[in-house]
Design a protein around this ligand. Structure first.
Ligand SMILES: NC(=O)c1ccc[n+]([C@@H]2O[C@H](COP(=O)([O-])OP(=O)(O)OC[C@H]3O[C@@H](n4cnc5c(N)ncnc54)[C@H](OP(=O)(O)O)[C@@H]3O)[C@@H](O)[C@H]2O)c1
Length: 247
């Protein structure tokens, strides 16, 4: 049976992913800051679920997690957040925290666990990016840039690990009904009008991970937009994004 570690399991997509991996009988390691949420989920999932309370904004956390867990079979780098507003209006500390959680912690965890997976010729990594990865996002700028990194890093790793028995999958959800908008203080109702459920996004990410796919973009409309931006001049894409996100 597999051991699966999920970061950001206390809410939203991560919580739904935990339910899916638990349903197939995996041992689970649930990581996030809110202990009460994680304990409630662990109680629901049963004795195979273990809680590790950790702040991924702390640079020491990935090494500490690695030392605490030992080998795992599946790593789900799902924890992430954004901050709405113009870059000049958001504190440096908050922006760097986004980079630390969305990029640095994800990279560190991947680099720590991947060599062991390759040695054992077995493992799966799921990195959660976003459709925000496909174009700049004025008004959600640092967040979008971090997700472009996650997409690029994950697709590169998918190619690097080919034939090793390890697969790396990148999940790019569009707007999804979770706590994301509230945490980001994101008040743009248009974008979340047709938000997908966290359960459906998780289901697609879960299936793609087990199938060893490179990339999954949730929903037809999101797929079409991600492909479409390649054929539109970059200046126009940036301007359309500005109008959509900043009004
Ligand atoms: N919702 C969307 O529209 C959407 C769209 C595309 C991509 N995504 C991506 O999907 C992933 C999951 O987000 P979600 O939508 O499910 O949002 P969510 O409901 O806000 O969940 C975010 C999770 O990340 C954890 N987290 C945040 N900061 C953390 C930190 N410093 N240390 C440890 N854990 C931390 C949170 O746990 P604690 O607060 O308990 O620490 C929570 O479990 C993120 O990477 C997000 O960027 C979301």
């Amino acid at each position: 049976m597999a051991t699966t570690m999920i970061t950001g399991a206390s809410a939203g997509i991560g919580m739904e992913l935990a339910r899916l991996f638990a349903a197939r009988g995996d041992d689970l390691i649930l990581v996030a800051r809110r202990a009460d949420r994680l304990e409630t989920l662990a109680a629901e999932l049963g004795p195979r679920a273990r809680v590790i309370v950790a702040d991924l904004a702390d640079p020491a956390t990935p090494e500490r997690l690695f030392a605490q867990t030992g080998a795992i079979d599946i790593l789900v780098n799902n924890a992430g957040f954004g901050a709405a507003g113009r870059v000049a209006e958001i504190s440096v500390g908050r922006q760097l925290e986004i980079v630390q959680v969305n990029i640095t912690a994800l990279t560190a965890l991947t680099c720590l666990y991947l060599p062991g997976m390759i040695e054992r010729k077995k493992g799966r990594i799921l990195n959660v990016a976003s459709t925000a990865a496909f174009q700049p996002g004025p008004g959600l700028n640092v967040y979008c840039a971090t997700k472009a990194y996650v997409l690029s890093f994950s697709e590169g790793l998918y190619a690097e690990t080919r034939g090793t028995g390890v697969t790396v999958t990148c999940l790019c959800p569009g707007a999804t009904s979770t706590e994301f908008a509230e945490v980001a203080n994101f008040r743009n109702a248009i974008i979340f009008r047709n938000a997908m459920s966290a359960a459906e996004v998780a289901r697609q990410g879960y299936a793609a991970t087990l199938a060893g796919k490179r990339l999954v973009i949730t929903g037809l409309e999101n797929k079409a937009r991600a492909v479409g931006v390649r054929f539109v001049p970059r200046g126009l894409v940036v301007d359309l994004a500005r109008r959509l996100l900043l009004g």
